[in-house]
Write a protein that binds this ligand. Structure first.
Ligand code: COA
Length: 160
């Protein structure tokens, strides 16, 4: 009986401005409202940003996370993993990598918003120790026009 080969290992690297186009293309596969490459490049280049990519050999980007730090707080703005690499631990590595980097930048708490109906993302954040601290009713408009609540999640960071 043949078994499919194990997926190639990934590395977590700081995102570079040149990664913006590939991140934008992957973002467009994952979210109904794509972020264009210029907007992503501006985020990567912003001094308060923290952006990581999960790459296969050859800098083939299979995941990304972008956060921003203000004083002692960090906010995760977006995170995504290529559909064919999901459920392989990459999302968790990205969130934990960003949390470590935020802690080294002296952030003490990390926040994010997630749609109530986004089961995979909510499960990922729960697995990474985030807890609900608030809810914005009907905050998101979904494809087709339905509305969904935004859950506000937070996690404390230990000093690095
Ligand atoms: C959310 C997302 C980033 C998760 O990435 P991932 O690489 O699949 O996550 P991981 O494999 O690291 O999963 C970590 C844990 O999260 C939970 N989880 C992740 N996806 C899940 C799913 N579809 N169903 C249930 N639990 C899930 C599990 O507890 C999992 O641990 P386990 O596999 O050991 O059980 C990915 O589904 C994605 O890119 N979604 C589209 C973009 C998106 O919604 N981003 C978040 C916006 S707030």
């Amino acid at each position: 009986m043949s078994r499919s080969p194990a997926p190639a290992p990934i590395s977590l690297l700081w995102a570079a401005p040149d990664d913006a186009r590939a991140i934008s293309a992957l973002h467009a596969r994952l979210f109904p409202t794509p972020w264009d490459s210029d907007a992503i490049q501006a985020l990567i280049e912003h001094p308060a940003s923290l952006a990581l990519v999960a790459v296969r050999p050859g800098r083939d980007i299979v995941g990304f996370i972008i956060a921003q730090i203000a004083a002692d707080e960090a906010e995760i703005l977006t995170v995504g993993v290529a559909p064919d690499r999901q459920r392989g631990g990459i999302g968790r590595q990205l969130v934990e990598g960003a949390a470590r980097a935020a802690a080294r930048s002296e952030a003490r708490r990390v926040f994010l918003d997630v749609a109530d109906g986004n089961t995979p993302a909510r499960a990922l954040y729960a697995a990474c120790g985030f807890a609900e601290i608030g809810r914005r009713k009907s905050y998101y408009t979904l494809p087709g026009g339905a509305r969904d609540d935004a859950l506000q999640l937070a996690r404390d960071l230990a000093p690095a």
